[in-house]
Design a protein around this ligand. Structure first.
Ligand SMILES: Nc1nc(=O)c2c([nH]1)NC[C@@H]1CN(c3ccc(C(=O)N[C@@H](CCC(=O)O)C(=O)O)cc3)C=[N+]21
Length: 284
């Protein structure tokens, strides 16, 4: 079997066209969706992502504000900046690019963002709402994965979904979203004994471990749906995922590439959340 490639890039482009129309409607009502991105220090990878986010904003006719703070900025100053943005009516979404320097408590930072502007979906209020299925903001990467599956016509209900990785920003929430859509979910992680035993029974395999080419053909079941969340650089400096695309794509039913898979969907859902935040600001 040769896997069908799920193009995150194409699905993202289609969704962005729909979003651009929503932006138009909001603008007609006098509201331009605004996203503030806070970047602390000058991590090279972070800068690339931040640039992509700004570009997406501009393409959709949204307002984007980049707040660049020096590596040595104090936690207090960062929290003060967030508070300012919480109270700024032209800003509907706030994203603090992670990771942050070691002297800053990430938890405190996330907790300070108003849940109504938390377009990353990282605030405990939004995590709680996701668990109970209430209206809130869903984290962008997990949300993007669900939208990709939906758009490709892959049904989730009753399927065995195996998630490899248990981070708060990808592994845990993507498992929850799959469960909300009635999958039977198994979480695997670095302490899992006999990983293959689980991955080989996956109808849908989501991999977010941060190790280049970690998942091989013998990890998967013939015809499985393989979602690669990895963003690694190989020895040659080339972007590659957590899945060995070369061999796994010969056995899977569907596979997402890296780049042009999950990444563009993440940014699209960030735009979606910001538009949603702007629309919901009308009724407050
Ligand atoms: N508060 C916060 N929210 C985030 O959402 C967040 C973050 N911090 N910190 C870093 C990670 C990483 N991330 C990516 C988003 C898009 C691509 C993306 O579009 N990648 C392109 C390739 C980009 C390239 O060429 O380097 C692709 O996969 O095709 C990658 C990575 C969001 N993150």
């Amino acid at each position: 079997m040769t896997a069908e490639i799920i193009s995150g890039k194409e699905i993202a482009a289609k969704k962005r066209l729909e979003l651009a129309k929503e932006v138009e409607k909001l603008k007609a009502q006098g509201i331009t969706p605004g996203l503030a991105v806070i970047l602390v220090g000058d991590n090279h990878a972070s800068k690339t992502y931040v640039r992509n986010k700004q570009k997406a904003c501009h393409e959709l006719g949204m307002y984007s504000l980049l707040v660049e703070l020096p590596e040595e900025v104090s936690e207090e100053e960062l929290l003060k900046k967030i508070d300012e943005l919480n109270n700024d009516p032209v800003i509907h979404g706030i994203l603090v690019q992670l990771p942050l320097p070691k002297h800053i408590d990430e938890k405190k930072v996330i907790d300070t963002i108003s849940p109504t502007k938390d377009v990353d979906g990282f605030h405990p209020v939004n995590i709680g709402k996701m668990m109970t299925g209430e209206n809130g903001f869903l984290p962008c990467t997990p949300f993007g994965i669900i939208v990709m599956l939906e758009d490709t016509g892959i049904s989730v209900a009753g399927k065995h979904a195996v998630v490899v990785g248990r981070s708060n920003i990808v592994g845990k929430p993507v498992g929850q979203l799959l469960l909300n859509r009635h999958a039977t979910v198994t979480y695997c992680h670095s302490k899992t004994e006999n990983l293959k035993h689980y991955t080989q029974t996956a109808d849908i395999l989501v991999v977010a471990v941060g190790i280049a080419n970690f998942i091989k053909a013998d990890h998967i079941k013939e015809g499985a749906v393989v979602i690669d969340v990895g963003m690694n650089r190989n020895e040659a400096g080339k972007l590659c995922g957590d899945v060995d695309f070369e061999e796994v794509s010969k056995k899977a039913g569907y596979i997402t590439p890296v780049p042009n898979g999950v990444g563009p969907m993440t940014i699209t859902m960030l735009m979606y959340n910001t538009v949603k935040a702007a629309a919901e600001s009308i009724n407050r």
